[in-house]
Design a protein around this ligand. Structure first.
Ligand code: ASP
Length: 357
């Protein structure tokens, strides 16, 4: 009799537990991860599974999560649709919205990490921006895909599974913002989109990937270079917009009036995707010096995809008032300059930022 009563009692306890998990959709033993969706090819759809034509940002976040087998065994997941665009249309307004929402979410002790689904075209810029302005050491992971959801061998579901596994991993705390694609974990500081459409497009050519993740099994190899998140001095709290910064692409015999045109259009900063070690022809250099004298920040980077631009190399930055972009490519230098321009700075101070972040 006693035994029957005991087994009824334990069944009731188990039932109550299951009911409470169903009621608030949470398993207390699992980490709580928020997925913020912004669109991209991972949410893209096309008419044919073997054709190259498709449109980014067609699938909503809940459908994307539900399409990934076993993903809810990794974490309690909630999705939010922050935007739904191809990342060629990513903009400062969405960046500011993301930064605000992520800081809000991560300040909550019940949120353990964030995954952002994002188009790959400008993913490195969003990752680097968030690396500068997120104020938490909890994991923030961006992911995407090269093949739309309707394609043969679409890799989005496994990328999303792995991104959630990294965000949910206690090992991932303190690595700054990361990009997880193709079984690799990259730091926001170093990651670059290196190829137009292959799935192995994201690489960290200078410092290598910081870790790997295989079917949710996470390993880290080394810490990322550069200040980030809780060690970053930057904030965009309360910011409604960021100063305009444009990029000039260098080439042989480049037109030397491009800098003047951008300054007239209202640019507060100009990044030169220079040739070689951040070089530009004599006419452009003269325009750069003039702009720098007039208080417009000019940053020298390179159109060459790999390597560091050296301070005072063929161009004497200190004398000319230009800033050397160091390890940062033109698009990431633009992001750093936009954020740094929120405050008045000396040349030394600005140059230091480009070597530290
Ligand atoms: N154009 C797409 C985007 O960046 C490409 C991709 O996601 O792979 O949104």
């Amino acid at each position: 009799m006693k035994q029957i009563a005991f087994s009824i009692k334990s069944t009731l306890v188990a039932l109550l537990l299951i009911m409470s998990i169903i009621a608030n959709g949470q398993d207390k033993k699992l980490p709580n991860i928020m997925v913020l969706a912004t669109g991209g090819t991972i949410a893209g759809a096309g008419a044919s599974s073997t054709g190259s034509a498709y449109t980014s940002g067609q699938v909503k976040i809940e459908a994307m999560i539900d399409a990934v087998p076993n993903i809810r065994t990794l974490a309690n997941l909630k999705g939010e649709q922050t935007a739904n665009v191809g990342s060629q249309d990513m903009n400062v307004a969405v960046w500011l919205t993301l930064a605000k929402r992520i800081n809000e979410l991560l300040a909550d002790k019940n949120v353990d990490g964030i995954v952002i689904t994002h188009g790959t075209d400008t993913q490195e810029e969003t990752a680097f921006f968030l690396n500068l302005v997120v104020k938490s050491d909890k994991p923030v992971v961006l992911t995407g895909s090269m093949r739309p959801s309707t394609a043969l061998s679409a890799e989005g579901p496994l990328n999303l599974y792995n991104a959630v596994a990294v965000a949910a991993s206690p090992k991932a705390k303190g690595y700054g913002v990361m990009v997880v694609m193709n079984d690799e974990i990259h730091s926001a500081h170093n990651v670059k989109k290196m190829m137009t459409t292959p799935v192995q497009t994201f690489q960290s050519p200078e410092e290598g990937m910081i870790g790997s993740v295989s079917f949710g099994d996470v390993s880290f190899f080394h810490k990322p270079h550069g200040l980030n998140t809780i060690t970053s001095e930057f904030t965009v709290e309360g910011a409604k917009e960021l100063p305009r910064v444009d990029i000039v692409y260098g080439c042989a015999d480049m037109s030397s009036d491009l800098i003047d045109i951008m300054v007239k259009a209202g640019a507060k900063g100009i990044v030169i995707a220079g040739v070689g070690d951040g070089n530009m022809n004599a006419g452009t250099l003269a325009a750069a010096k003039k702009a720098a004298k007039a208080g417009i920040w000019v940053v020298r980077c390179s159109r060459v995809p790999i390597g560091t631009v050296l301070v005072n190399g063929e161009v004497n930055d200190k004398e000319f008032g230009t800033i050397c972009g160091g390890e940062l490519n033109p698009q990431k230098s633009r992001v750093l300059l936009m954020v740094a321009l929120q405050k008045k700075r000396s040349w030394d101070d600005m140059q230091k930022l480009f070597l530290e972040y």
